[in-house]
Design a protein around this ligand. Structure first.
Ligand code: SF4
Ligand code: SF4
Length: 437
């Protein structure tokens, strides 16, 4: 079913690629949600009035699929608030007033990692989740039989327009990435790693080749990929780096691969070297409404308002604010939202940039089907959704859709195809949850 070979050429708009990365001033307050990951929310470990430092644990992972949360500033916990998540659910967030000192928590030391169990424990303690998008707790990916892993695939294919924060990682944090690769090799015996980078990201390709030459064990190869979207999609990346196809209902490990985003790998490496957990993030700030687009190192929990102000502020009222890139990013209602662990970009788009073209009738051209990397039939899915035909949605494998948006992008009639796919997946999920009650 899957072709994996298709892709679209999107406007790259990587305006921030050449601008220097800045470290923003310490914000007055941060609002840190207990749920910045897939899985159960963390359980708060501090209370109002507690003094915290950078790296103080403020939330304990609740079970296997969850993640620890750490304070990104030193100061005082002033309140807990309800925080609206992208999926419409509400979680608890700690509001911390910064003392401006950024004092580090005492006693943070690098972990000793010699075994798989050590590695899993260390990644869990680091608070690192998938920083390239979904926020899946990274330790879970490594909780597999090492014998079944042929390749560690590092995702450096930053295919979303505007976003360059992974490129900053590849250019500046090769040491952290190398340290993580060597430790993972020692702990799990994974002997081969492949770093996928797009051919138009020439400096990053060079930086990763230098890393590959420097790391003796594991054997690291750089795979230069065509600059098409969605090259960074997990299944697409595995196919283009190893030739292995991940079918519906399979995971990368089913074809002998673990896939980790390059910034996630660097964050693991930084923790392994220092014992300092994940407390800050490099975020691409761009869009026509931003005065000085650039990459910014930001304490997690900083408001988008503070982040935009660190880039000279907004020149016009943005028509749309997006977390992530324009293809798969999520619209946020206002600038009070926080930078989360997996926020890789914050875009403030002008009305012209955000304007959606008028939708017209489907002309049955088949472009959406021909473009889908997984050979899905988006127009048929949309029609089945409109009929609420659950059997047809299952038969059309809508759950395989990775919501890349390629079908919507190529549709000459501007049909809301990816939106219908998302609604269809939610419909099936709701029905399944209803059956399990
Ligand atoms: S959004 Fe889904 S259906 Fe559309 S092209 Fe991407 S994977 Fe295919
Ligand atoms: S690309 Fe648009 S117009 Fe063409 S078949 Fe798909 S939905 Fe219809």
């Amino acid at each position: 079913m899957a072709s994996y070979l298709t892709g679209i050429i999107t406007p790259h708009r990587k305006h921030t690629k050449k601008s220097p990365t800045i470290r923003m001033d310490v914000p007055k307050t941060v609002t840190i949600p207990m749920e910045m990951h897939i899985g159960k929310p963390a359980i708060p470990t501090v209370k109002v009035g507690d003094l915290v430092k950078v790296g103080t644990k403020i939330g304990e992972a609740d079970g296997k699929i969850s993640s620890n949360i750490y304070s990104s500033v030193s100061g005082k916990v002033v309140k807990f608030v309800e925080y609206l998540l992208f999926n419409g659910f509400v979680t608890t967030a700690a509001v911390i007033e910064s003392d401006g000192e950024m004092t580090m928590e005492e006693g943070l030391t690098p972990p000793t990692v010699n075994t798989k169990e050590d590695l899993i424990e260390a990644i869990k303690a680091s608070g690192v989740v998938g920083l390239g998008g979904a926020g899946f707790p990274t330790q879970v990916k490594f909780d597999v039989d090492p014998e079944k892993v042929d390749y560690l695939i590092i995702n450096g294919a930053e295919c979303e327009p505007y976003v360059t924060s992974d490129t900053v990682t590849m250019l500046t944090r090769g040491d952290d990435m190398a340290y993580a690769l060597q430790t993972i090799n020692r702990a799990m015996g994974i002997s081969k790693a492949i770093i996928g980078v797009e051919s138009n990201n020439k400096k990053a390709v060079r930086a990763m080749q230098i890393l590959a030459d420097a790391v003796i064990w594991p054997d690291v190869n750089v795979k230069v990929l065509p600059p098409v979207y969605p090259q960074g999609g997990e299944k697409v990346l595995v196919y283009h780096t190893t030739g292995r196809k991940i079918h519906a209902n399979q995971l990368p490990i089913d074809v002998g691969c673990i896939v980790v985003n390059c910034t996630t790998l660097a964050a693991i490496g930084a923790y392994l070297k220092t014992g300092i957990p994940l407390v800050e993030k490099c975020v691409t700030v761009d869009g026509g409404a931003v005065k000085k687009p650039r990459n910014v190192m930001v304490p997690i929990g900083t408001s988008l308002e503070d982040l935009f102000n660190a880039c000279g502020g907004l020149t016009v009222e943005p028509a749309k604010i997006i977390y992530g890139g324009p293809m798969m990013g999520i619209t946020v209602p206002n600038t009070s939202a926080s930078v989360l662990k997996n926020t890789n970009a914050a875009l403030a788009l002008t009305a012209k940039e955000a304007k959606l073209p008028k939708t017209t009738a489907c002309i049955r051209c088949g472009s959406c089907v021909n473009t889908c990397p997984f050979g899905l039939a988006p127009i048929s899915i949309a029609e089945a959704y409109d009929r609420k035909d659950v059997d047809a949605l299952k038969a059309l494998h809508v759950t395989t859709c990775m919501e890349c948006g390629c079908c919507s992008f190529v549709c000459p009639a501007n049909r809301p195809l990816v939106q219908k796919n998302k609604l269809s997946k939610q419909l099936l999920k709701d029905i399944k949850e209803g059956e399990n009650k």
